[in-house]
Ligand binder design. Structure first.
Ligand code: FE2
Length: 230
């Protein structure tokens, strides 16, 4: 599998600690979708960490997820645009041009060693299937399809650089384990048009941060993201 990479001990101890503190204490301030231009200095601690890791060759989209819930199978693509269009038309515009980042990084910031399940499930040989929605709710792996299962560990990172389907299983001991915190970031060659005017977007109001919440018609909204520094 030459398109999936795995690294351990990605951040130094101090940076990891700062990131844990910041994200666990101030999680509610973090917009769901964020974008940083390659020509731009880091505007917050997340961008500082990301730029230290990957430099300034590309634009970057990033998210922070702290959830013990499952995420359905999907590919990383212009999901924000799909959500904006779904809020407008009540369905994802089938004519919407699908766009994909160059890669996806998943850096585990805080994972309880007692966590049961909460695995990352990759389908290494299944790239995006043309015609399927980006906000896919019923994708199922084929019988016998190869799966690659990652048991998340703090300060480890998974990177893949093809638009492969992936999912997250629910944490099974949610009574004990309250956090499963990950920073995800994707490099983009171009700027998806939804990010031309606003770099930070909230998700649907009154929903948790799972990707495919279908309730309510309120779509993502631009928002401020300031002073998120240590
Ligand atoms: Fe994803």
């Amino acid at each position: 599998m030459d398109h999936i990479y795995y690294s351990k001990n990605v951040l130094d101890e101090g940076t990891l600690h700062n990131l844990q503190e910041l994200c666990l204490k101030r999680f509610d301030e973090i917009p769901t979708y964020n974008f940083s231009l390659k020509t731009e200095e880091p505007r917050n601690y997340l961008e500082e960490v990301i730029r230290d890791l990957i430099g300034y060759d590309n634009h970057v989209e990033y998210w922070v997820r702290d959830s013990t819930d499952a995420t359905l199978f999907h590919v990383d693509a212009n999901e924000l645009e799909a959500k904006v269009s779904r809020a407008k038309y009540n369905t994802e515009d089938p004519e919407m041009v699908k766009e994909f980042p160059l890669n996806t990084h998943i850096l585990y910031i805080y994972i309880d060693s007692k966590m049961e399940k909460g695995d990352l499930i990759l389908l290494p040989n299944q790239e995006y299937i043309v015609g399927r929605q980006i906000l896919d709710t019923d994708f199922e792996p084929l019988e016998g399809q190869e799966m690659f299962i990652v048991k998340p560990k703090t300060n480890h990172m998974v990177l893949f650089d093809k638009p492969i389907y992936h999912a997250v299983s629910a944490v099974e001991n949610k009574d004990v384990v309250k956090h499963r915190l990950a920073l995800m970031f994707s490099s983009w060659k171009k700027i998806p048009k939804v990010y031309k005017d606003h770099h930070h977007w909230s998700n649907d109001i009154n929903t948790n941060r799972t990707i495919y919440n279908q309730t309510g018609l309120s779509g993502p909204e631009p928002m401020e993201f300031k002073n998120f520094t240590i």
